[in-house]
Design a protein around this ligand. Sequence first.
Ligand code: SF4
Length: 356
Amino acid sequence: MWPSSSAHTIRVILDTKDYAKYPFLREAVESIRETGLTLEDLERFDAVDDAKEKIKSVITRGEYPSIDDYQNEVPAFLTCIVILSEIGDSALSERFAVAFSKKVSENLKEEEKEERIEIAFHIASSVLGWSFDVDEKGTLIRLRYKDYLSGVPEYTGEWKLVNRLLDKGYVEVRKESFLRLIETGVKKYVLRLIEQTKVDEARIPPKLYSAVEEIASIWSKQREELLTYARNASKGKREDLFPPCIRAIIQDISAGKNLPHSARFALASFLLSVGFSVDEVLEVFKLSPDYREDIARYQVEHIAGMRGSRTKYLPYKCDNMRSYGLCRWRCENIRHPLQFFFKAARGRAPRVTELS
Ligand code: SF4
């Protein structure tokens, strides 16, 4: 049933439109490299301006806008990576990587069925370095278990290994799940790119340097505003910015109630995601009756991605919050507690109905 080789040969021909949609592909980067583009050349191209617009859109709207022409898109994407690596702020890099990987997912969804999975296979094998086999019908994929783990969006429900068929170190997934794994895989790949990119400061052209400064200043202003919102919200001053599920957990903790593990995880991952530091999260947890600094710090640092697998955990989605009994509300058009916060921070707080 399974072919013996795990190497995958792409069965579609990539063209320059694909390079614009997937600017991180080796073929796309090579096509630009062949033109001999150097860091200094970026001044003569629109790459710096395009990259600034992309990162600004990520900061303000959480969206990565693509450019249709690959000759502009690929240099602009690479310039974003350079700017982000120069700024070196992990929260900004994370925000960029999430927005970019979502865009890749959207682009994949728009592909014809056959092309979609072939491009996904190509990304998995040639960019992410994953090892997998595809069954003869092309519907089931057997993915090396460590690659599966590097792509799971969350360690809950269907994604838990115990809920998957594991055979000789390989995990079986359907095509749809494979595409979702690709999104997280691309996100982590972009984060690695940013982390590993090192540019000789002396070679940075003035225009690129001023872009780094401009973006760093926009980001720190926005972050400071969000932090102020978040801190005030946690003290009950601007409670409307936190979704009711998170407010309820904070109320329980303030009332001295013992929280279940799922509630602690939801609260810590939410606060870290909106910009709290580990110490600031611990300040909130100190209200807990069984608070132990050593245990709490270990757990919060783990959620923040500073220990173990180095994965920064995102809060549960609304569906998962409900299944853990942490949500008894309906927030209009909201599927994730973070979505509530960012909308509310922009003055567009969603309508909330309490479910009976
Ligand atoms: S719908 Fe989502 S954001 Fe709203 S309370 Fe429930 S879990 Fe929280």
